[in-house]
Design a protein around this ligand. Structure first.
Ligand SMILES: NC(=O)C1=CN([C@@H]2O[C@H](COP(=O)(O)OP(=O)(O)OC[C@H]3O[C@@H](n4cnc5c(N)ncnc54)[C@H](O)[C@@H]3O)[C@@H](O)[C@H]2O)C=CC1
Ligand SMILES: O=C(O)C(=O)[C@H](O)COP(=O)(O)O
Length: 378
């Protein structure tokens, strides 16, 4: 069996080699002729899996080690009888960590307070729910907009989009969709941005294109820069709007989900799905061998004066999002690589999830707060 896999899929050779010959390729540039004789295609979000790519090939299974599936023509796969599996939720914890690292950065650099503010989450899937639950456990006033879930009465504080736009912090976790009753493409456009007050913080770690970038630039100017922006995803990736980069607090190259464990979980979930498809036992690899533990197994928090500073210092011990922002700005300035965006992603200095680290604390209140942000209990 021939398996073609994106070279950026961690552990691909180690996991899949006992199933067939694994060839690693650049996911951004995969062509029809490269996969013609392949039985299995394993991708990440940068490969557009379309009729054009697959037609005439012998591929019977496509796996994407990602949460998002906007790069996959699901209708064509169904029509062609090709089995598909993605990795729902694989990096939800990583994206939630990114959100809290973004807020920690805003607090430590601008004293932007968020803990006792009104929080709005867009999208209540694996990521949105994880983010929502962390804010709730931190005692924040949090609401969520998800037009496909708001009949789940009692599950969360569902509100209309207008109410989200009045929040102090807005965290976007909708998938990119262009059809259906609530397409998300451009859903945060000039009309919606006009409703944001001065001082709002917006975190965009779902998909580029959900926010209208030109409208965002315009609103930033109308507010004289008094809006705080943490942007991980971009409308025209792998090219990114440098005007937008120049005004945001944090600009990162679509790495919110790039925890070491999140990426490994993605490969692991696709591996299991392929084993099911082939009716082969996945027992030859243990999950604990496929997913790493972290560098810091525990921390002790021994001071607690300012809760937001205490949270920020704990968060930044594991992941400070500023490092990815600095690296992006430096690489674009240096401009030595052909494709800076993909280079940054390929050479990502991986990070651990907060949950790989247990927290000890001077008292139960401190311990509860740090655990609420995603750490494990000691
Ligand atoms: N920046 C990054 O590295 C990552 C980005 N993502 C993105 O985040 C998205 C969300 O991830 P999950 O929560 O795991 O997906 P999910 O599929 O579990 O949930 C998506 C939720 O969004 C809701 N939704 C759909 N259209 C909406 C709209 N117009 N307005 C509000 N809500 C809407 C759905 O009803 C669903 O509840 C993914 O589709 C992916 O595009 C995911 C992982 C990493
Ligand atoms: O899981 C998703 O959805 C994501 O956005 C991934 O984190 C993106 O990573 P790549 O697949 O582009 O490496």
């Amino acid at each position: 069996m021939k398996i073609i896999a994106d070279e950026n899929m961690p552990n691909a050779k180690a996991l899949f080699s006992h199933l067939g010959d694994v060839e690693l390729v650049n996911g951004r540039t995969i062509t029809n002729s490269q996969i013609k004789n392949a039985d299995v295609l394993l991708v990440r979000s940068v490969t557009k899996v379309t009729r054009e790519l697959l037609e005439g090939s012998s591929v019977r299974f496509v796996g994407s080690a990602t949460i998002g599936v906007d790069h996959i023509d699901l209708d064509y796969l169904t029509e062609a009888g090709i089995e598909f599996s993605s990795a729902p939720g694989c990096n939800a914890e990583a994206v939630a960590d990114y959100v809290f690292s973004g807020l920690s950065h805003l607090y430590m650099t601008k004293k932007l307070s968020w803990l006792n503010k009104k929080i709005g989450v867009v999208g209540y899937g694996n990521v949105g729910k994880t983010v929502y639950d962390r804010f709730t456990n931190l005692g924040c006033q949090v609401c969520v907009y998800d037009p496909f879930k708001d009949n789940e009465a009692g599950a969360a504080n569902f509100v209309a989009l207008d109410e989200i736009l009045s929040c102090d912090v807005i965290s976007l976790h909708a998938p990119l969709t262009t059809t259906g009753s609530f397409p998300s493409k451009g859903m945060i456009g000039s009309k919606e941005l006009a409703q944001l007050s001065a001082g709002t913080a917006v975190i965009s770690a779902g998909r580029g294109g959900v926010i209208d970038e030109e409208a965002l630039l315009e609103r930033h100017s109308q507010l004289n820069g008094d809006i705080h922006l943490v942007i991980d995803v971009w409308d025209t990736e792998p090219e990114i709007n440098q005007d937008l980069v120049s005004i945001v607090d944090i600009a990162t190259p679509h790495i919110a989900g790039y925890s070491k464990q999140g990426r490994e979980k993605g490969t692991w979930m696709v591996y299991q799905a392929l084993c099911r498809h082939l009716a082969i036992s996945s027992q030859s690899v243990n999950k604990s061998d496929a997913i790493s533990s972290g560098w810091l197994s525990s921390i002790d928090v021994v001071a607690s004066g300012d809760q937001e500073e205490m949270l920020a210092r704990s968060v930044q011990a594991i992941y400070d999002v500023a490092r990815d922002d600095v690296r992006l700005r430096f690489k674009y300035r240096e401009n030595k690589e052909n494709n800076v965006f993909d280079w940054l992603r390929k050479h990502y200095v991986e990070r651990d999830e907060f949950n790989t680290c247990a927290v000890g604390a001077i008292n139960n209140d401190v311990s509860s707060l740090v655990c609420a942000v995603g750490f494990s209990k000691k």
